[in-house]
Design a protein around this ligand. Structure first.
Ligand SMILES: NC(=O)c1ccc[n+]([C@@H]2O[C@H](COP(=O)([O-])OP(=O)(O)OC[C@H]3O[C@@H](n4cnc5c(N)ncnc54)[C@H](OP(=O)(O)O)[C@@H]3O)[C@@H](O)[C@H]2O)c1
Length: 133
């Protein structure tokens, strides 16, 4: 995927695959990378804009939308994998809240910005790394 000069938002960008995607986006010449994280994030590259973003928190999602000017690529990476025998409903609820509903809420919230990006310059992209396993 060519992401040079594009703006990208990655959820769960502080560690794991999300952090690797953040670094790769910068390496590939992204214009701006919005790094969604639950905790504080500092990054030396001035193209990185940290966003406080718990994907289960509606007001944080709205605040993040308000802070983003343009968006070409949304990477729904934030997720949890709690290994359990699935008899525990709390675990199932938590997993769905983050990996399914969280993804849906973030996608819906940023869809208008992604559509606007299509009108301007690019074919907007949505990428999910999450799994419900
Ligand atoms: N690793 C694999 O083999 C594999 C395979 C298939 C799919 N995946 C999916 O790929 C994604 C990344 O995997 P990973 O291995 O990098 O996982 P990871 O190291 O556990 O990192 C998960 C990331 O998601 C964030 N996160 C968790 N709950 C969140 C929430 N409610 N709101 C916002 N961020 C939240 C975490 O933030 P905190 O630091 O604040 O907890 C962290 O940044 C996950 O969605 C996972 O399900 C991974």
């Amino acid at each position: 995927m060519n992401i040079s000069h594009k703006s990208v938002l990655i959820t769960g960008a502080n560690r794991g695959i999300g952090r690797a995607l953040l670094d790769e986006a910068l390496r590939r010449g992204a214009k701006k990378v919005y790094a969604g994280t639950r905790g504080a994030l500092q990054h030396a590259d001035e193209r990185v804009t940290p966003l406080t973003l718990d994907v289960t928190n509606g007001s944080q999602i709205q605040r993040a939308v308000d802070e983003v000017d343009t968006l070409d690529i949304l990477i729904n990476n934030a997720g949890i994998a709690i290994y359990d025998d699935l008899s525990n409903l709390d675990v199932l609820e938590q997993t769905f809240a983050v990996n399914f509903l969280g993804l849906l809420k973030v996608t819906n919230a940023f869809l208008p910005l992604l559509k606007r990006s299509k009108g301007h310059r690019y074919e907007p992209r949505l990428q999910h790394t999450e799994s419900l396993d």
